[in-house]
Design a protein around this ligand. Structure first.
Ligand code: ZN
Length: 408
């Protein structure tokens, strides 16, 4: 494993499909195909069979002694004006791991590099498209109704890139059952590793999410003529509840955010008669997530009661936590510690990744590289080069060990 080769590939990819305005590899566009062509050129130098599955995911397979497949990869697609490493690091890190294994002759287990199609959902709003089709969790009927900003339907966009939409659900056929493990390298997109001075860490799993709206209803009134003791101020109730939400997240070891609050009538001369608050809560553990949700609802009910307001709660979206495979997480942590001077660090992922879909069908884990300032989905996204080298080395060692049959 030569991390410098992967970094050189990443810089070249960024020269071809990025620049000062950021990466522009939005899925189902010509720039995305250009990025994939660059990957194909690199794969041409290796003794691998390259094919696209029914969902447009690219697979490059190096046959081994065993039928079991160790899948390694991520996604080359990006958001518009995205970072140079989000997704690409995992694909070109996997390419370098594949190169180094191929150089050693026929491996004990079959190794397959995968580039998942449309991880970001940047154009049609459906993230993890290719990996969910592979895992068998894609709702084709719902996906068929998605359109981009120009009104183009998703089925038409994928067919322009050689994918038969109706057949996408068959993406996993013949391969899914053979997967022994899935390993993904990704930039953290958060500030944790950087703050601890660590180049990389093992990922425990991806957070479950509870997203809901709280509607607080009080009584609108004139800001001048309504005495303080005669108010039912929905704005104050919302403020109390939002502060309490922070405490609930801390108490349960998760995260909780009120990303938006709207007051009505929404003018400076009126007591708010109504407040709509959008809440997002995330936790790695299902019972922790449920306890956080219950705690927050109680906090909103208490805040409403204290201000003489009524409360209604409307669910928006939820997804359960996806814990990664214990044995693989342990192996990833050891590989990171070896590359990072002995410090083992395991951390949850606040964002979803293709590995979240793969963890439903086989043992999976991820390695995170540090993220400068935690910035991602922006041109400024970066990992210091010394950290990149160590994260790549740790990932390469993890892949080598799993391909050798050491874990799981
Ligand atoms: Zn990504």
């Amino acid at each position: 494993m030569e991390p410098a080769r992967a970094i050189a590939d990443l810089r070249e990819l960024h020269r071809l499909t990025g620049g000062p305005e950021g990466a522009r590899r939005v899925a189902w566009t010509d720039e995305w195909e250009r990025a994939r062509s660059f990957l194909y050129e690199r794969l041409d130098e290796l003794p691998v069979a390259v094919e696209r599955d029914a969902a447009g995911n690219v697979w490059a397979t190096l046959e081994g002694d065993s039928e079991d497949i160790v899948a390694i990869g991520s996604h080359v697609d990006s958001v518009p004006s995205g970072g140079w490493l989000d997704g690409a690091l995992g694909v070109f890190g996997a390419l370098e791991a594949l190169r180094s294994i191929a150089a050693g002759g026929r491996p004990p287990r079959t190794v397959a590099l995968v580039d998942w199609a449309d991880e970001e959902g940047a154009r049609f709003g459906r993230s993890l498209l290719g990996s969910s089709a592979f895992a068998g969790t894609l709702d084709l009927e719902a996906a068929a109704r998605l359109t981009d900003a120009d009104g183009l339907a998703l089925p038409d966009a994928v067919s322009a890139h050689g994918v038969d939409f109706e057949a996408m659900g068959r993406a996993g056929e013949g391969r899914r059952e053979r997967l022994a493990a899935y390993l993904e390298l990704h930039i953290e997109q958060g500030p944790v590793l950087e703050a601890e001075g660590l180049p990389c860490g093992a990922v425990l799993g991806t957070f479950g999410v509870e997203r809901w709206r709280a509607v607080l209803t009080g009584r609108a009134g004139h800001a001048g003529s309504t005495p303080m003791d005669r108010r039912a101020d929905a704005g104050v109730a919302a403020a109390r509840a939002i502060v309490a939400l922070q405490g609930v997240a801390r108490e349960h070891g998760g995260v909780g955010t009120a990303g938006r609050a709207d007051f009505a009538p929404g003018i400076v001369t009126a007591v708010p008669g109504r407040a709509d608050v959008l809440v997002d809560q995330r936790h790695l553990d299902p019972s922790g997530l449920a306890a956080m949700r219950a705690g927050a609802e109680r906090a909103f009910a208490d805040a409403a009661a204290a201000e003489g307001c009524a409360l209604a709660i409307e669910p928006i979206w939820s997804i359960e936590p996806v814990p990664f495979h214990e044995g693989l997480v342990g192996a990833a942590a050891e590989a990171c510690a070896a590359a990072a001077g002995g410090t083992e660090r395991r951390l949850p992922s606040g964002a979803l990744h293709d590995a979240s879909e793969l963890a439903r069908v086989c043992p999976a884990t991820m390695v995170f590289s540090s993220s400068v300032g935690g910035v991602s989905h922006a041109p400024e996204e970066d990992t210091p080069e010394a950290d990149l080298e160590r994260a790549l080395a740790a990932y390469g060692e993890l892949v080598r060990r799993v391909v050798a049959g050491g874990v799981p």
